[in-house]
Ligand binder design. Structure first.
Ligand code: ATP
Length: 252
């Protein structure tokens, strides 16, 4: 699905990511931990192609194609979608309009989708304008439900979300990653899981999202370097017990 090869990224001449190697296969979900300022958001934005991030070395392959220099809309069309930590408000663009744009050529029932995330009364409001933290996250999920990307990037889906909204958002993220298929006469659940193509890369500090999804692998991004590859719940337990300072020992 996606491969990052020796990715070096700078912001205004300052190196932020230094030699990231990461592969995410079809249907795989990867969790990214890391202290504040370690470069996690930079990594997701660089994959999505948003902002002024300079890839100074290395490349990004999506389904085998080099997308390192593609603009964001082309990456979105190829099947990459992102939920930002703090998406901007857009004056003059209604939520309904943006959701429609996200769907592209796909036929969707916007009102029915909006109902699933309790946003049916928000469709005619300017995107994110005056939305609460939880409403912004639900709006991001709604856009992804319309887009149906093959690779989902989530930047801290739990931030600013209360427990009830976390339940809704967690379940919707699981649905986006794992689909809604139920086993039937022809397909076992095991077969359905292996037919799954949607992949995910999810940044989390708290790990709450791990209560909702079956993540395959976790990594820690420390000071622009990727370290640690393990079961994400085990990484989280270690981080709670020993903090990020232990990561320095793995890097050295
Ligand atoms: N537009 C920018 N201009 C200058 N520096 C930036 C810019 N964006 C990010 N940085 C810097 O790059 C570094 C990595 O930031 P990034 O947001 O990727 O970290 P993060 O790991 O996502 O942090 P957090 O967990 O706090 O969200 C930080 O030192 C940040 O200040």
């Amino acid at each position: 699905m996606i491969t990052l090869e020796n990715l070096h990224v700078s912001i205004q001449g300052n190196p932020v990511l230094e030699g990231i190697n990461l592969s995410i296969d079809d249907g795989e979900t990867v969790i990214l931990f890391g202290p504040n300022g370690s470069g996690k958001t930079t990594l997701l934005y660089t994959i999505m192609g948003i902002g002024n991030y300079d890839v100074t070395e290395g490349r990004i392959l999506f389904d085998g194609e080099d997308i390192t220099n593609l603009p964001v809309h082309k990456r979105a069309r190829k099947g990459i979608g992102m939920s930002m930590q703090r998406p901007p408000s857009i004056h003059g663009l209604k939520t309904r309009g943006l959701v429609k744009m996200c769907a592209g050529e796909r036929k969707i029932d916007i009102d029915t989708l909006a109902k699933k995330v309790n946003l049916e009364t928000f469709l005619d409001r300017d995107i994110n304008l005056g939305f609460s933290g939880g409403e912004i996250k639900r709006s991001e999920i709604l856009q992804l439900m319309a887009q149906q990307p093959d690779l989902l990037l989530f930047d801290e889906p739990e931030s600013g979300v209360d427990v009830e909204n976390m339940d809704l958002i967690g379940n919707m993220i699981r649905e986006l990653l794992e689909g809604t298929s139920e086993p039937d006469a022809e397909h076992t659940m095991h077969e359905l899981m292996h037919e799954r193509k949607t992949s995910g890369l999810i940044i989390t500090h708290t790990g709450y999202i791990l209560d909702y999804i079956a993540a395959d692998r976790g990594h820690v991004l420390y000071d622009g370097h990727l370290c640690c590859a393990d079961n994400p719940k085990r990484i989280l337990d270690h981080l709670k017990k020993y903090g990020y300072k232990e990561c320095i020992r793995c890097l050295s």
